[in-house]
Each structure stands twice: as structure tokens, then as C-alpha cells.
Design a protein. Structure first.
Length: 701
């Protein structure tokens, strides 16, 4: 359009206008266009914002008055209008700068500046999700400005590429249909209107594709967040108000048993410890392939210990009175027995204390029906003597030999009561006949006599996040402090994150974890969480139940989320509609501005059908160029979606990180629908009676 503006300027100067009058007129014209466009856009946007706000449950007028009609909003509108007016004026008046064979215009400079701003923002982390969440380096305002800058740069790029494309198409079409060659050459000879139409199409279609991708990413992000928070449809935990163990409050409906504890490594990094059946690991909900370089099935095999890791204990005959004859040659000590219920609970029973070399029978009541004996714990008595302990002062100690007799329940002997039992932390089983335990008790350790477990002496295989794995030794072994007990583990796989854990995580096979933890501290490895596909009827009131569906419903019920989804759907539909309107305006401009050329074609014998084909091809060439440019622009804009979603979610760090979702089916339908409707509109708009073009040409003459 610079050519038209130049011709108008020369006519005004020839008619006697002064230069400052011409410049003032040009400035007034560009300012009027910029101001009118800004006001129209601001009003339409405000109306849409109010509608969306009311639909999302917020007061629409209050939203508009506190944003668009506030002092900041009006200043933003004035700044937009002023910037547009200056840019339009410079585009019309500033002469192009020749760089070799290229002419660099103010629009080109502005586009390069937009690209530079976005590039610097990325280099400084201003559109990085982590920076936004942490409040450092980036601002939401800048991120929301990025799509406008990218769209502007893409539109100017389309302007620069349109003319070479049309010329190349004209050369390629020398052997093709005459109408195609005429259409491409006529557009290349006078590309002003076509440039405006193509630019408008590129921007509109690019924003439509961006809105569709943005909306899809938001929806997928909500689904991923809900599945990550609840790896199964229902997660069942102990209700701290009821204090009913999970397995006691559950009705027996099939569910995945899980152990959830907290721990830390020697470096001080804390983590969540999960014990999950290795066979159930591949079906963990909320898992995504980007959480690890290895598939989940392979990771499940990595944490399988490769040997039976079931917890061992001594079965007891039916009864309630437990008796243990003992003879102690040494310092008197107390003895506790730990019993395990069929549900995996542990309870300790104080059996009493030894009395020197006297044979005593320690007694206690078995707390569970069907319980098993898991260990005997020796503890210090108040009467124990004090001795020096490594320079830390005097500490209570006890040393001696404890001989265990035949154990019985209600008078019935316990078969193989202490077969394959071992001493730990100051207790050693003496070889020979009978069961004799040498003990050396101190206050800073827990001395036990228990069955030898299959995990003794082994480093259990675990999956760990990178921060935990970094603390492991060169051979991959690491000491994990879990609820105060230190266990030896081996890093069998790396995961960047794991469902239901916010932060670092360590994952082990549940059976293996149960055995090693219960061997260290009875009851530490008890199942305290269930992942269930369904709930019993009625649901257990004594337990806490987290529903994945409720989490997802809560995310989607958020007014901001609902407003964003509604706005994006409307934006996509409106952008496609505006693209079609721009195409129709381009056709109308061709019919109006190209009357002389159309008259020449008809005067040279071109039939009305040929002229209609010529107009249609012009429109379709512009529409096709705009469609390809829009797809490219939408692809670039879509790469920015993840940062923008973080801002939409109040700059909160998404967990798990958002993943770009470009639904090929939906995008294909949208692009296909646009192309089909555009073709129909072009054919309808150019379907003129035979002599109508001639009458238009006569009017032109």
C-alpha cells in the first residue's frame, strides 16, 4: 500500500498542499486507523471477557473494570494505539534502506526487534516455567506478550515471502494452465491488497492453531495432574482422626498395597520412600514416558530382588498364653516379644526380666489370633550397671549369656521355635546344642534375636531420582535412612519423578521393602496405603479416600481454568471466522481494484468463466499462502504454550511438568474445515453473471 500512499501524496502536492499538511494528513490517517482498531478490539475483547467471566462464575463487569477499564488497562490501550500509529506512519513514509538487492523497511526492523526481544527473553529465562514459579528472572506480563511478538514477526515474514513465492509460481506455471499463470503474475505485479490479506490470514490462522493447542495442553495438563496426584482411581490412607490401620478398615476388595514413608540420604537430601509390588508397577497411573529413559516394565524388573523376599517368622499354635523359659548368666535384662498379625500389624508384649542364673519362665498374652512370633528384643533395666563408653561418659550396659528353653503356647510346644534365628546389634547366637545368645546391650542400640531374613546382607534394588542417585557410591550402593533406620540399597534405575510424590523419591518392591524394614523395626514395613480401582459399598468411613475423579473435577471447576478453556475455544473459532472474512474482503478488493485489468482480459476475448477462474485462483493462492503461513506460525506459537500455561495457573510449578499436546485429529479437522469453507466462499463470491464484469469495467472506464 506504500505505492497508493505515494500517489496520493504526489496528487496533494500537485494540488497545492504544503509538505507539513501532507505529513499531518498522513499521520492523522494512520492514527485514525490505529485508534479505531484499538478501540474496536478493546471493546470486543472486554465484552468477551465479561461473558467468559460470568460463565466461569465471576462478576463480569467487575473483571472488566478492574482490568481493561482500570488506569493500567487504559494506559495499555493508549500505548497500543500510539505504537500502531507510529508503526503505520513509518511504514508509509519512511524510505526503505537498501542492503544489497534487498530493501529494509521499518516493518522489517520492527519484526527483527520482536524476534530479538523474544530471543533475549529465552536466553535470560524469562519464559522458563521454573523461573516463573520461583519469581526470578521472568514475569507473566512478558510471557503473555510473546505470542503477539511472534505473530507480528511471522506476519512481516509472510509479507517478505509473498512476492518471491508468487514470482516463482508464475515461472513454474509457464507450462501449466494460463489462468494460474495470469493469477500469480497479476498478484506479483500489484501485491498490495494480496499482501494485506495474506498477512491477516497468517496471523488469524496462526492464532487459531495456537488457541487449539493451548486448550489441548491445558486439558491434558489437568488430566495428568489428577492422575499424578492419585496413581489409582482411589487412594486409601489412614484417617488420623480415627487411627484405624488401613488394612483393618478395608473390606478386602482387591487393591494394591503400598508402603509410604519418608527418609533421607547421608548428604541430607530428603525423599519419599514407596514400596510398590514390582508386578503392579507397570500399571501405575500418572506415569509418563518422559519420567525415565527406560520403560516402566523394564524398571519393574529392575527392582525385583531375584530371590524370595517374603518376611520370615515363627508360626504359633492356637492359643493365647505365650511361655518362654530362659536362663541368664550375666546382667539381668528385660525381654519383649514381637508378634505379627495376619494383616501385617505388629504388637510388642513385655515378657518380663531375667534373674541371674535362675531359670525363669517369661510369659505374655498373644495379641492376635493367628499371630506369628517375629523377634525377641532385649532391653536394659533400671538396675543395670553403668560403664565407660568410648569417652562419652558412663552409660548403662548389660552383658551375659541367655539360654532359651522350649517355647510353648497354652502348654503346646512351638515346633522349630528358633530355627535359623540370629542376633543383631549386640546379640550373637552361640553355636552348639540348644539356643544360647550372647548379648552386650547399650543404650544407643536396639538388640534383637530374630529369624534370618532373606534380605540380610543384600542391598535391595531401588529406583531413585537423580538427586538421590548422585549420593550413591561408585558401585551404586547407598545407605538410606528411613524413619531413623538405615538400610542398604542399590540404585537399579533412575526416574526424574514418580506419581504421587512431589520431590525426590525412592521406589522399591513392596515385599522386599516390608521384609527389610520389619526386620529393622517391627511394624515399619506395614502397608499404610492402598491403590484401588473401586470402593466397597458402602465406602469405609474410618479411612481417608482420595478420588482421582474428584481431583480432576476440582481442577476443572476452578474459575480461572474454566475461563481460560472457554476463552481459548472462542478465540480459535473467532480467529478462523476472521480468516474467512479476510479472504472475502480480499476477493471484494480484487473485484473493485482490478476492474481495469479485468476489462483488459475481457476485451482480449477472455470469457466470463475464465475471468471467474482468474479471480478464484487469485483468492485461492492468497488463501493457500495464508494457510501454510498460519500453520507455521501456529507451530512456533505452540512451542511457547508450556510457559504460558504456567502463567495461566497463577505461576505455580506444574507437577508433573506440562507436556505439549497437539491433537493432529482436531487440528486436521480445523484446517480442513477452513480450507473447505474457504473454497466454497471463494466460488460463491466470484459467481457473477456473464456481463457483470463488463459493466464493472464500463463503470471503471
Amino acid at each position: 500500500l506504500r505505492r497508493d500512499a505515494g500517489e496520493a501524496r504526489r496528487r496533494l502536492l500537485w494540488a497545492g498542499a504544503t509538505r507539513w499538511q501532507v505529513e499531518l494528513g498522513t499521520l492523522a490517517e494512520t492514527a485514525t486507523v490505529a485508534l479505531a482498531g484499538t478501540i474496536a478490539g478493546w471493546c470486543v475483547g472486554g465484552g468477551v471477557a465479561a461473558f467468559v467471566a460470568r460463565a466461569a462464575g465471576s462478576p463480569g463487569w467487575a473483571v472488566v473494570t478492574h482490568s481493561l477499564l482500570s488506569a493500567t488497562g487504559l494506559a495499555a490501550a493508549a500505548g497500543t494505539a500510539a505504537a500502531a500509529a507510529v508503526l503505520l506512519y513509518l511504514t508509509v513514509r519512511a524510505p526503505g534502506l537498501r542492503v544489497g538487492r534487498l530493501a529494509v523497511t521499518p516493518l522489517d526492523v520492527a519484526a527483527l526487534a520482536a524476534v530479538a526481544i523474544v530471543g533475549v527473553g529465552y536466553a535470560r529465562g524469562s519464559v522458563d516455567t521454573t523461573s516463573l514459579a520461583g519469581g526470578g528472572g521472568g514475569t507473566g506480563a512478558f510471557v503473555l506478550l510473546v505470542p503477539a511478538l511472534v505473530t507480528f514477526a511471522a506476519a512481516i515474514t509472510a509479507v517478505r515471502l509473498l512476492l518471491p513465492t508468487l514470482r516463482a509460481l508464475g515461472r513454474i506455471g509457464r507450462r501449466g494452465p494460463l489462468s494460474l499463470r495470469l493469477a500469480s503474475l497479476s498478484l506479483a505485479r500489484n501485491p498490495g491488497g494480496a499482501t494485506v490479506a495474506a498477512t491477516f490470514l497468517v496471523a488469524s490462522l496462526g492464532l487459531a492453531i495456537f488457541a487449539v493447542t493451548y486448550r489441548g495442553t491445558l486439558l491434558r495438563g489437568q488430566t495428568d495432574e489428577a492422575a499424578y496426584a492419585a496413581p489409582a482411581p482411589f487412594v486409601v490412607d489412614e484417617n488420623l482422626a480415627e487411627l484405624v490401620p488401613v488394612l483393618h478398615g478395608w473390606s478386602g476388595r482387591p487393591a494394591t498395597p503400598v508402603i509410604r514413608l519418608s527418609g533421607n540420604v547421608p548428604a541430607g537430601t530428603g525423599f519419599s520412600f514407596l514400596g510398590i509390588p514390582s508386578t503392579a508397577l507397570p500399571s501405575t497411573g500418572g506415569w509418563r514416558s518422559d519420567f525415565s529413559s527406560e520403560p516402566l516394565g523394564q524398571l519393574s524388573q529392575a527392582i525385583d530382588p531375584g530371590y524370595p523376599a517374603r518376611f520370615r517368622s515363627t508360626a504359633l499354635p492356637a492359643g493365647s498364653d505365650f511361655e518362654l523359659p530362659v536362663t541368664d548368666t550375666g546382667t539381668d535384662v528385660g525381654v519383649r516379644a514381637f508378634f505379627r498379625s495376619p494383616l501385617g500389624d505388629f504388637d510388642s508384649v513385655n515378657l518380663g526380666a531375667t534373674h541371674g542364673a535362675t531359670r525363669v519362665v517369661l510369659r505374655g498374652r498373644i495379641p492376635y489370633t493367628g499371630a506369628t512370633l517375629t523377634s525377641l528384643q532385649l532391653y536394659l533395666l533400671n538396675s543395670n550397671r553403668f560403664a565407660s563408653n568410648g569417652g562419652t561418659g558412663t552409660q548403662p550396659t548389660a552383658r551375659g549369656l541367655l539360654r532359651l528353653g522350649a517355647t510353648s503356647v497354652d502348654g503346646h510346644p512351638v515346633a522349630g521355635a528358633f530355627t535359623n534365628w540370629i542376633g543383631t546389634a549386640g546379640a550373637v547366637r552361640r553355636p552348639g546344642s540348644g539356643v544360647t545368645v550372647a548379648y552386650s546391650l547399650e543404650s544407643d542400640q536396639t538388640t534383637t534375636f530374630r529369624p534370618q531374613e532373606p534380605t540380610d546382607g543384600f542391598a535391595i534394588p531401588v529406583l531413585a531420582t537423580p538427586a538421590i542417585a548422585a549420593a550413591a557410591g561408585a558401585d551404586g550402593t547407598i545407605a538410606l535412612a528411613i524413619e531413623g533406620d538405615v538400610i542398604k540399597a542399590h540404585i537399579a534405575g533412575i526416574v526424574t519423578r514418580f506419581p504421587s510424590v512431589d520431590g525426590d523419591a525412592v521406589i522399591a518392591d513392596r515385599q522386599t521393602a516390608e521384609t527389610v524394614l520389619d526386620a529393622a523395626t517391627p511394624g515399619l514395613g506395614t502397608t499404610n496405603e492402598l491403590w484401588a480401582e473401586s470402593l466397597p459399598s458402602p465406602p469405609p468411613a474410618s479411612l481417608t479416600i482420595t478420588s482421582r475423579a474428584k481431583i480432576l473435577a476440582g481442577l476443572r471447576a476452578d474459575p480461572l481454568a474454566r475461563g481460560a478453556l472457554t476463552t481459548l475455544a472462542a478465540t480459535a473459532a473467532l480467529a478462523l471466522a476472521l480468516a474467512l472474512v479476510g479472504l472475502l474482503l480480499g476477493i471484494d478488493g480484487d473485484r473493485r481494484d482490478e476492474r481495469g485489468e479485468l476489462f483488459d482480459l475481457e476485451a482480449q476475448g477472455a470469457a466470463p468463466s475464465t475471468i471467474r477462474t482468474h479471480l478464484r485462483l487469485r483468492a485461492l493462492l492468497v488463501g493457500g499462502f495464508g494457510l501454510l503461513g498460519g500453520i507455521a506460525t501456529g507451530a512456533v506459537l505452540s512451542a511457547l504454550v508450556l510457559s504460558l500455561v504456567a502463567v495461566t495457573a497463577s505461576s505455580a510449578r506444574p507437577e508433573p511438568p506440562l507436556r505439549l499436546v497437539a491433537d493432529p485429529g482436531l487440528l486436521g479437522v480445523a484446517v480442513g474445515a477452513y480450507a473447505l469453507i474457504a473454497i466454497v466462499l471463494v466460488f460463491v463470491a466470484t459467481r457473477l453473471p456473464g456481463r457483470a464484469l463488463e459493466r464493472s469495467a464500463e463503470a471503471y472506464a
